[in-house]
Design a protein around this ligand. Structure first.
Ligand code: GLU
Length: 434
């Protein structure tokens, strides 16, 4: 039997997200000071509205029962229902869920959506479970959350290690537990569903497309041609893959990739579709890709390149990593990939950052379109989705860019100022109950 101290030590090593909450609070406070946020509203936004923790049993394939712990943190709903993903990862805990929920509040506000912010998930390593077990875990989690989620109350979506299949199971479970007459009217309880089950054409690529588009607009504003520009991507999941796909189409060259298993590099270029097909046949891993050399983990951020796209987990670009980065632009596909010290170092080195709440907001904008589609009983076509997405993302980018130029601020602080002011206005207009 392990001693408690040994156990705590072991567990604390497993939590690289430690400090995410410190990051989001520092970012928030610096923007709040900048706009002289009303003190009462600062108090409200500094804390989460609701924190739901559920423990639930699931029958495993071998007949044993395992207990899982699921989280849903609802940060703020001043602008509309809580919105945000659910992730399945060993780093999920209450601190991570709180930080990620806050980021969703800023993201939806900045994007001009009628949503608040929420986030959650389950602390587990999905590679250890069969597809059948993952289905039962997801369905039981949905059942345990019960009326804490709902199409007009809190609307989950995919995030790290969850996908359209996860959302299909959630929607089906939620709808199956409603009274018969209400079932189909509840399809928009989650977004990111498969296109055949109420999902939106193009929602799969929406986040990565947004990352690519942000880079493209940034390049336009700085008179930079993206052709043959070298880029590196951390994380080759949904976001990293689609961002690389669109950048390659624009003429960019993918030169290094890092995932949970290892890193690879080829300065002559890695063909995105080849790597994608390789990872599918190689248990999701980029390691040993034939047309590249394996790279030591610590060397990844030091790779020669023009654009760096962290599209994996939080807290990856620390001060040390930031001092090694060769790129002139960091485009944040992940949530919270750069910590506060990392950001200081990047800005001191004149490396531009397109902040997460802007750069990866294509996903939640796509979710909003899916929610509208379901609510209105419509079916949207891929081309109209992409046109609407581009319009919305360009508006957000321009707002942030202009604000940052006008006020002499970095893009993150500018994005936060715009996002927080919109929420502040809502509180001032309606007052505090009672
Ligand atoms: N998980 C995504 C994010 O972090 C999407 C959230 C959503 O679509 O609700 O933005």
């Amino acid at each position: 039997m392990e001693t408690l101290t040994a156990e705590i030590k072991k567990n604390s090593k497993k939590v690289p997200v430690k400090g995410m909450m410190d990051n989001v609070m520092e970012q928030f406070n610096s923007a709040a000071n900048q706009i002289k946020l009303h003190p009462s509203i600062r108090k409200i936004l500094s804390i989460t509205n609701n924190e739901i923790i559920v423990n639930f049993p699931v029958k495993m394939d071998n007949g044993d029962v395992e207990i899982f712990r699921g989280y849903r943190v609802q940060h703020n709903n001043a602008l509309g229902p809580y919105k945000g993903g659910l992730r399945y990862h060993p780093t999920v805990d209450i601190d991570a869920a709180r930080a990620l929920a806050m980021w969703m509040t800023w993201k939806t506000s900045l994007a001009g959506l009628p949503y608040g912010g929420g986030k959650g998930g389950i602390q587990l390593d999905p590679s250890k479970y069969s597809q059948g077990e993952l289905e039962r875990i997801t369905r039981r989690f949905t059942f345990a959350l019960a009326d804490n989620i709902g199409p007009e109350h809190d609307i989950p979506a995919p995030d790290v290690n969850t996908n359209s299949q996860t959302m299909a199971w959630m929607a089906d479970t939620y709808m199956s537990t409603r009274p018969p007459a209400e079932r189909t009217a509840n399809q928009h309880v989650v977004t990111g569903k498969p296109a055949g089950s109420g999902g939106l054409e193009g929602r799969d690529r929406a986040t990565g497309y947004g990352v690519y588009l942000s880079i493209k607009i940034w390049a336009e504003k700085n008179n930079i041609n993206l052709k043959v520009k070298k880029f590196i991507v951390q994380g080759f999941g949904n976001v990293g893959y689609w961002a690389a796909y669109f950048l390659e189409k624009e003429g960019g060259k993918l030169v290094a990739v890092q995932d949970a298993f290892g890193s690879i590099e080829n300065q002559k270029g890695i063909v995105v579709e080849d790597l994608f097909n390789y990872t599918k046949a190689n248990k999701g891993s980029v390691v040993d890709f034939p047309n590249a050399k394996n790279l030591e983990k610590d060397k990844f951020f030091a790779t020669e390149c023009d654009i760096c796209i962290p599209a994996a987990l939080g807290n990856q670009i620390t001060a040390k990593k930031a001092s090694q980065i060769k790129a002139s632009l960091v485009a944040e596909g992940a949530n919270g990939p750069t910590n506060v010290d990392g950001e200081k170092t990047l800005l001191e080195r004149d490396i531009a950052i397109i902040p997460d709440i802007l750069c990866n907001s294509g996903g939640v904008v796509g979710s909003y379109f899916e929610w509208l589609q379901n609510r209105n009983g419509e079916l949207w076509q891929l081309d109209e989705v992409m046109v609407k997405l581009e319009k919305k993302l360009r508006e957000s980018f321009n707002k942030v860019y202009e604000y940052s130029q006008r006020e002499g601020l970095d893009m993150r602080t500018a994005a936060y100022c715009i996002a927080i002011q919109r929420i502040e206005r809502a509180y001032i207009e309606r007052g505090i109950f009672p």
